[in-house]
Design a protein around this ligand. Structure first.
Ligand code: GLU
Length: 278
């Protein structure tokens, strides 16, 4: 009886796995433009970055990147209900686009020349900068100049901040790389690393979730231009996304999305970056 149950469970699991592959788990040869014509889109976002891309407990999604994704999809003629959000961890972003597993990616994705060899970018729609997150009681890490003395620093595989540490601070710190920033933040809270490094806006989101426990320190020490990643060579969709980003800047939705998702600007204004139509 027992064995029978286990077997049946086993067979069920295989059937589910096959079904999942058949409906979009693997590569997809249809282009983003094809999907738009069908009125649907699969968009890669982060699932664990508060304020930017977050999968909530009730299964809904929120954050500035999610708002940008929905706005752009809307301008392409795709309703929010017809968007499938898929987790795009930093190190998998190029592969997800190359394999057609997502139509585009809005996931704190910096535009770089290296990435442009395999994917294209619309935007930028925001400019962030690399910074450091430490526990609130830490007094010896005050900025990039404190990256010395073999301190333990956490960042994410396949990210530009991690690459920057490898290129410029490898001798001075011990770098620990995880797949997501939420794992780095756990390591920081438990005391197994001294600091987390990535973009200031991402770190501020984590600090805001645990008031009094963690703080962002120092000035931003790189420029991270956030683009919307898409399959290389899809000029048609890229042009349309660039148009949508410019409309989002112009009609006030971009600033509203920032204020509702990241925080009030308290009287100051946010200047949108210039879209780069390369
Ligand atoms: N913006 C940086 C990058 O694209 C860091 C943030 C992230 O990993 O998503 O690599």
């Amino acid at each position: 009886m027992r064995i029978n149950r286990v077997l049946r469970f086993g067979i069920g699991a295989v059937a589910v796995a096959l079904a999942a592959t058949a409906c979009g788990g693997g590569s997809d040869t249809a282009s983003a433009a094809d999907h738009v014509r069908e009125g649907k889109l699969t968009i890669g976002i982060k699932f664990d970055q508060p304020g930017l891309g977050l999968r909530n407990k009730d299964g809904s999604y929120s954050g500035f990147d999610v708002e940008v994704a929905k706005y752009v999809a809307g301008k392409l003629g795709v309703k929010p209900e017809a968007i499938t959000f898929k987790e795009a961890v930093s190190t998998q972003r190029e592969t997800l686009l190359e394999n057609g597993q997502v139509d585009f990616i809005v996931a704190t994705y910096s535009i770089t020349d290296k990435r442009k060899q395999s994917v294209d970018f619309a935007g930028p729609y925001y400019v962030a900068g690399q910074a450091l997150l430490v526990r609130s009681d830490n007094t010896d890490i005050v900025g990039v100049e404190s990256l010395n003395g073999n301190k333990k620093l956490c960042s994410v595989k396949g990210s530009t901040p991690s690459q920057n540490v490898k290129d410029n601070h490898a001798k001075d710190v011990q770098l620990q790389e995880f797949d997501t920033y939420s794992l780095c933040v756990e390591a920081l809270r438990s005391g197994s690393v001294d600091a987390v490094t990535t973009d200031d806006i991402i770190l501020a989101g984590y600090a805001g979730q645990a008031p009094g426990e963690m703080k962002v320190v120092g000035e931003a020490f790189t420029e991270e231009k956030y683009g919307i990643g898409l399959k290389k060579g899809d000029q048609e969709t890229r042009n349309k996304i660039n148009d949508a980003i410019e409309e989002m800047f112009a009609d006030g939705s971009w600033q509203t999305a920032f204020e509702t998702q990241i925080g009030p600007l308290e009287g100051s204004t946010l200047t949108p970056p210039a879209v780069d139509r390369y």
